[in-house]
Design a protein around this ligand. Structure first.
Ligand SMILES: [Zn+2]
Length: 263
């Protein structure tokens, strides 16, 4: 015996799989249920008849109807696609290779950071980031990538502390030249607290020295709302040169690794 209910929700495809000649399976991030697997039976026939009137495209905002089946004996839940409508094509992403790559990075990162049936809190961020990417000038894509990453970590509950020492609350003085960032603490540390951490053998040390330029760029990224269309106006050539430094790239490699470990 099965229990069947049907739902409508907004959705973005994270990944497509071809399961059999006629069947497709999708990993979608949905507004109502977070990340779920969805089956589409007889996909080829349906496309031939153009019953859905559209192709299931990556990067588009979709509205989907789905049947949720629940087997009473196994408690397993399955989702079957009932109908689909494209709300936003984000068409330009397909016309520019850099945009296409960044959009893929968004989808893959969200996929890595979420497990099945979770992640609905990330839906708005992913949707708005794709819309913004679609409209964005190709020169400003790099900013978007890092604003997205920091916003994603914040949405998932890991907002870095940059205003004061994560441990004791001491404010960062304006004239500071080098700052210690601690990935174990999720923010900056004052010298006293850093020394304390170094003496504590049970503590996991992952310190990173950040210079003033990188520090202020990070603060800028955090201040920005990813949904602001004019976000690039807040950046200048100096920010671009900071983004080309080794320190910047090492820092964000560590951010990515920590996000994956935490999820
Ligand atoms: Zn401190």
């Amino acid at each position: 015996m099965v229990n069947i209910r049907d739902f409508n929700t907004k959705a973005i495809i994270l990944k497509k799989y071809k399961v059999a000649e006629n069947d497709l399976s999708f990993l979608m991030l949905t507004e109502k249920f977070g990340k779920i697997n969805i089956w589409m039976k007889g996909a080829r026939k349906i496309f031939q008849k153009q019953k859905f009137g559209t192709y299931l495209d990556l990067f588009s905002l979709l509205e989907i109807g789905l049947y949720k089946y629940k087997s009473r004996s196994t408690e397993n839940e399955r989702n079957l696609l009932k109908n689909i409508k494209t709300l936003e094509y984000n068409y330009d992403i397909r016309l520019n290779f850099e945009k296409f790559e960044l959009a893929n990075f968004f989808l893959q990162t969200v996929n890595k950071m979420t497990i099945l049936n979770t992640g609905k809190e990330v839906f708005a961020l992913l949707n708005e980031s794709l819309v913004l990417l679609d409209k964005c000038d190709a020169n400003n894509l790099d900013y978007l990538k890092y604003i997205f990453l920091l916003n994603l970590s914040t949405t998932l509950g890991y907002k870095f502390e940059l205003d004061k020492c994560t441990n004791c609350g001491l404010l960062v003085p304006d004239q500071i030249k080098r700052i210690v960032f601690s990935f174990g603490d999720g923010g900056i540390l004052c010298n006293v607290c850093k020394q304390k951490r170094l003496k504590d053998n049970t503590y996991y040390h992952d310190f990173f020295q950040i210079n003033k330029d990188l520090f202020f760029l990070l603060k800028k990224f955090y201040k920005l709302d990813v949904f602001d269309n004019n976000f690039f106006k807040y950046f200048n050539d100096k920010d671009k040169s900071v983004m080309n430094t080794e320190a910047f790239n090492i820092f964000f490699d560590k951010v990515m690794k920590n996000l994956i470990n935490l999820s």
